[in-house]
Design a protein around this ligand. Structure first.
Ligand code: ZN
Length: 203
């Protein structure tokens, strides 16, 4: 998910979050640096991602590359694997991306256990650039998942993190935030979306 908002005006040098050496490369997942973010119109965004049966070096590397991709995008606070063309149930989130000491969330096979309350806020998405819209979601969420150490974790949260979790888990089921915009607002979006899709398909 992309946080709407002020772009930082002061340029800061990129922070090295991950060390990378030739030994880090995993034979069947051999990307370097940020991955290509799939844009609206790319069919992969509409497919359902599959559960990850076992967490291996491949998933470790995928999570690392997804974080690098998210940090490389201005305002990126969450990213789901289908957004980089990988149909696996893995999401990464970092709401404090400007704080070097913050630890990002990496959730594998996340499952929503409970949703409560209601909130309406603006949302954006790295796969749907330059479009934001108000989306109604639950204000509180309890999500269970595995972390990269294959431990079961439970995230009980509210507000922005609850929203980002719902947004990213939606991606794993091929659902985009614009699908949750109804009525007139959806009509307004339609034209912009058509243009975006046209550009994506032309690439
Ligand atoms: Zn998104």
């Amino acid at each position: 998910m992309a946080k709407r908002g002020r772009k930082k005006r002061t340029a800061s040098p990129p922070r090295p979050r991950f060390s990378r050496s030739p030994e880090d490369d995993v034979s069947n997942y051999n990307n370097k640096g940020p991955l290509r973010i799939r844009l609206y119109g790319d069919p992969v965004l509409r497919q359902k991602a599959l559960p990850i049966p076992k967490i291996t070096d491949v998933e470790q590397k995928l999570a690392e590359d997804m974080l690098a991709t998210m940090y490389a995008a201005p305002n990126g606070v969450g990213l789901a694997a289908p957004q980089v063309g990988v149909l696996k149930r893995l999401i990464v989130i970092d709401l404090n991306r400007d704080d070097v000491s913050s630890k990002p969330l990496v959730l594998i096979n996340p499952e929503t256990q409970r949703l409560d309350g209601e909130s309406i806020e603006d949302e954006g998405c790295l796969s749907i650039p330059n479009i934001t819209a108000e989306v109604k979601r639950a204000n509180e969420a309890v999500v269970s998942a595995l972390n990269l150490d294959e431990e079961i974790v439970s995230v009980k949260t509210e507000g922005l993190l609850a929203r980002v979790l719902q947004h990213e888990i939606d991606h794993l089921d091929g659902v985009l935030f614009i699908d949750r915009v109804k009525g007139l607002r959806r009509q307004v979006l339609r034209k912009k979306l058509r243009k975006l899709k046209h550009n994506t398909l032309r690439q």
